[in-house]
Design a protein around this ligand. Structure first.
Ligand SMILES: Nc1nc2c(ncn2[C@@H]2O[C@H](COP(=O)(O)OP(=O)(O)OP(=O)(O)O)[C@@H](O)[C@H]2O)c(=O)[nH]1
Ligand SMILES: [Mg+2]
Length: 239
């Protein structure tokens, strides 16, 4: 008798898990990937300063202060890998982090920060949009929305840009700990409808809290699908 083939997690992520066992496989793949060491390896302030494309990349985008850097820290289990601040506009460049030589995580500057000077905004936003539109190794964008606020026109504009560039994005609600369950369910439904209205929008929206850890295991599971296999580790390390 032949042994049964080892179960493989579903390729479409949690949205396509049919059984608890499939879901558990995805969660475990995410746990394993994010248990690997994470380290900063590059900062880019201009399109010319981007690192040569190497590992598959997942970028964290969203309005200023939405919680991009905090989410990255929660995912990697590190308190201060990415710099967090109560002052909007803290992240001013594209910061690249290597995760176990298998995936690059990219912390982006926020958009929609009214107080930034015009020229600074043009610099950050030009770099950000160039990167989002043209990066060959960009596997997915996590587009963050504050769970306590309705999406803004600028969020929709970024979704439009990603849709036009055919870059797959997943909406992630942040700061879920600040919202009561009823209101959170309504925001989730609203975000799901919004995601489905874009071809490039992933149908599964996750509610997360970097403070409480809500949704972090699920987001790790979603992102594990893009990581290079562990055995390619040696040749995939960034130069
Ligand atoms: N309650 C709560 N606060 C959060 C959470 N995530 C982030 N924050 C707070 O929100 C503020 C902004 O967090 P950051 O992670 O710096 O946000 P960012 O999107 O990286 O901001 P910029 O880089 O300036 O665009 C900080 O005061 C965080 O402590 C969360 O899950 N729950
Ligand atoms: Mg930040």
């Amino acid at each position: 008798m032949t042994a049964p083939a080892p179960a493989a997690p579903p390729r479409g992520g949690l949205a396509e898990a049919r059984t608890e066992a499939e879901r558990a496989l995805l969660i475990e793949a995410g746990r394993l990937l994010f248990a690997a060491p994470a380290q900063f390896f590059h900062a880019a302030q201009s399109t010319a300063g981007l690192p040569a494309p190497g590992l598959p990349e997942v970028a964290f985008a969203g309005r200023s202060n939405v919680g991009k850097s905090s989410l990255l820290n929660a995912l990697t289990g590190r308190k201060a890998l990415a710099r967090v601040s109560a002052t909007p506009g803290r992240t001013r460049q594209l910061n690249f982090f290597d995760l176990g030589g298998r995936l690059a995580l990219v912390d982006m500057p926020g958009y929609g920060y009214a107080q930034a000077s015009k020229s600074l905004k043009a610099d950050w936003q030009g770099l950000m949009f160039d990167y989002l539109r043209r990066r060959p190794t960009l596997a997915r964008v996590c587009l963050l929305l504050d769970a306590s606020l309705p999406p803004k026109p600028v969020d929709r504009a970024v979704m439009d840009l990603l849709d036009t560039a055919a870059v797959s994005f997943q909406l992630v609600l942040t700061k879920a700990d600040r919202v009561r369950p009823g209101a959170l369910a309504a925001r989730l439904a609203e975000a799901q409808a919004l995601a489905r209205s874009f071809t490039a929008g992933h149908p599964l929206v996750l509610a997360t809290s970097a403070e409480k850890g809500t949704g972090i295991a699920e987001l790790r599971a979603e992102l594990a699908a893009f990581a290079a296999p562990p055995d390619r580790q040696a040749d995939a390390l960034p130069a």
